[in-house]
Design a protein around this ligand. Sequence first.
Ligand code: RFL
Ligand code: PHB
Length: 390
Amino acid sequence: MRTQVAIIGAGPAGLLLGQLLSRAGIDNVILERRSASYVLSRIRAGVLEQGMVDLLHEAGVGERLDREGLVHDGFALAFRGALHRVDLKELSGGKTVTIYGQTEVTHDLIDARQALGRPAIYEAEDVTLHDFNGASPRVTFRANGRTEELHCDFIAGCDGYHGVSRRSVPTDALHVFERVYPFGWLGLLVDRPPAAHELVYANHERGFALCSMRSAGRSRYYIQVPLAERVENWSDDAFFDELRRRLPAAVGDAVMTGPSLEKSIAPLRSFVAEPMRFGRLFLAGDAAHIVPPTGAKGLNLAASDVRYLFDALREHYRDRSDAGLDAYSARALARVWKAERFSWWMTNLLHRFPEKDGFGQRIQQAEFDYLTQSRAAGITIAENYVGLPY
Ligand code: RFL
Ligand code: PHB
């Protein structure tokens, strides 16, 4: 088998890159370890920056997003009972975010790829990358009981944090930066209207809580839990009780309970692997970096990486220039680190950290007071939340 770009992973990064390449006439094959239904069952992000919305349009998958996505002009910060609205639109010079689940993005991209007649190869086992330091990279894998070999010009490693691509790079060629936080998020999805029209991020003495949504009839809630917590220990009732306790009364009272459609715990981590290119292997999305979800940046960073990588590959094939490929890692990392900073900052502002003397809590309180009093502080949070320019 031969293709121009071998893409490892059919998450949002791999599927979006594949779609953009196919529409530009650049042949590509996507190899995915899991089944399509498994990929679609993962409940993850929900907030899209305008840059990602534009890119989905460019990929030809903007129609349902336009119809069903919820445009949000702001969000609220709750601090020990006080509520402060961040007017994203006013503070960012007219920018907004769109609420549309990662599951829906993935769904649309899978359908679009199917329509092009080139579905990804699912349940590909033992995906192994070869010779990406030379001119003729290869990927071997097993599918339907047969061992296959895929020859290509480039490999795009879009296989997430636990994928094989980053691990294929010699460790001495990688510089890894990491912060692990002493807590996780317990998330619950429920078919009930959201408690508020906009997202509410709450800092409470019992821990962080977030009210988010997927649609006018479906809510997504999160609470901070200790790292060792197990999802089996949380009944739906216990979750809703704890959630309400952490929200200002007006918001807590509006939470509508119901049976959970999904409930899971995600650990929080900041992680960056540098560089993002090794010869003819390019890493994109979670394969190269992880942010804690507090800034809603993970999925959006996967999209900005894909923007840079797609432009670079198109330049290579169409204009016979490798300038974009050579600049890819530095360009992507410059944006990644700013999102890492913002996500780390939001995480520090909003969570309860184990500490003895309360210094950190006083700093959080001062930060929140400053945010409510300073337009400059409001602009800083707004321009980062809606997404820095590509
Ligand atoms: P993905 O989505 O992890 O997709 C990678 C794909 O690669 C496949 N794969 C392999 N395929 C072939 N061979 C192998 N050896 C492979 N190993 C792995 C995997 O099966 C998978 O299909 O990465 P991508 O495309 O870079 O997309 C990134 C986003 O998914 C991610 O940044 C966000 O979802 C992060 N994230 C969240 N971000 C937000 O902005 N808001 C959130 O609320 C939010 N919640 C979350 C999250 C990530 C979570 N993870 C990773 C556990 C909640 C969770 C639970
Ligand atoms: C979500 O809806 O899943 C969500 C929204 C905002 C975040 C994180 C997760 O910051």
